[in-house]
Design a binder for this molecule. Structure first.
Ligand SMILES: Nc1nc2c(ncn2[C@@H]2O[C@H](COP(=O)(O)OP(=O)(O)OP(=O)(O)O)[C@@H](O)[C@H]2O)c(=O)[nH]1
Ligand SMILES: [Mg+2]
Length: 315
């Protein structure tokens, strides 16, 4: 459970400001309403809790997560730890942090060698996130290789190629329509020959045919197991924060066909549904490893729960 705290000095502020700016809509929808709600009540009572419950649900915390949060707050009231309405905000911050910290893992760029398969439905940000992750590892001095496993469209291979160039890493590809497992096989061989630290594999985004997806992922996993025996293998599912509760449904569906080891939550910027991250951690039990707040190469960073909660409640 190691969390690498990114760069030092100014860059931490740079990222935190971006995260905070990205969560602006969520904060306006949630925190500002929370403030006026708490101001309207002096003491904690059931009416306040009813309103709070509604606010959490409409802020995409999800029904189940909201229920868990309310239970914990009620327990605090029973124990006499909350009396004034104004104390609810701090309690809520603590409970949210504790939910987010449960399976906390971030992304340890020193923990190599590693193979990372990146999966998810169309357009969620798989290819872009791979480019940004390549940059994170490369900046940590690691040797990175990308595998263009989305052979569905020629443009997908080109797009990954542009990211490889941008990040200054190599890419293994074949032509459009090639078997993704064959591309991965080539990439594994190349990774071994070149002493690569990190191999990241792109995939086509589709879930419409579960059997095909399952077969394809199983085939790719077999290649990794055979070619890279003993090397840590991560499967990251990419989810788009803007899709709200639907992201949780996607994660459930993918969990049935793949052993997901972490989630990359993209497009937190501009989304009003930032509460979804709590729902994902609490309801799925899969750790959010990285969060994306923009299209630039530095706009994806390891997820740090305390930082997120601060960005959500501060300012
Ligand atoms: N604002 C914002 N845009 C993002 C973020 N991550 C990705 N995008 C954009 O989302 C769009 C889709 O990203 P891709 O990386 O191509 O998504 P994909 O999952 O590979 O898509 P397919 O290969 O078509 O399945 C692009 O325009 C990206 O620039 C993010 O964190 N914030
Ligand atoms: Mg793609």
């Amino acid at each position: 459970m190691t969390v690498i705290q990114k760069d030092q000095g100014d860059n931490i502020m740079g990222w935190f400001d971006k995260l905070k700016a990205g969560l602006r809509k969520t904060r306006e929808g949630f925190k500002n309403k929370l403030k006026s709600l708490l101001a309207a009540f002096g003491k904690v009572d059931e009416d306040l809790f009813d309103d709070l419950e509604e606010l959490l649900i409409t802020s995409d915390f999800g029904v189940e997560t909201t229920e868990h949060l309310m239970e914990r707050l009620r327990a605090r009231v029973k124990e006499g730890r909350i009396i004034e309405a104004a104390e609810v905000e701090k309690a809520l911050q603590e409970e949210i942090t504790s939910m987010l910290t449960k399976g906390e893992q971030g992304l340890d760029t020193e923990d190599v060698p590693v193979i990372i398969s990146v999966i998810g439905v169309n357009g969620v940000g798989k290819t872009t996130s791979i480019g940004k992750m390549a940059h994170l590892y490369k900046s940590a001095g690691k040797r990175v290789l990308l595998a263009a496993g989305d052979t569905f469209r020629a443009a997908a291979i080109d797009q990954l190629g542009i990211w490889a160039e941008r990040a200054g890493v190599e890419m293994i590809s074949q032509s459009e329509g090639a078997d993704p497992a064959a591309v991965l096989f080539d990439a594994c061989r190349s990774a071994k020959a070149k002493g690569v630290d990190v191999l990241i594999c792109d995939t086509a985004g589709r879930l419409h045919n579960k059997k095909n997806l399952m077969d394809e992922l199983a085939k790719m996993n077999r290649v990794v197991e055979r070619e890279m025996a003993g090397v840590r293998h991560e499967t990251f599912l990419v989810l788009d924060a803007a899709t709200g509760q639907n992201a949780v449904n996607q994660a459930r569906a993918f969990s049935e066909v793949a052993g997901i080891t972490g989630i990359i939550l993209t497009k937190l910027d501009g989304s009003s549904k930032g509460g979804i991250i709590v729902s994902i951690c609490e309801e799925l039990g899969i750790p959010v490893r990285l969060v994306g707040v923009g299209e630039g190469i530095n706009d994806l960073q390891p997820f740090v729960p305390e930082e997120y909660v601060r960005a959500l409640f501060e300012g």
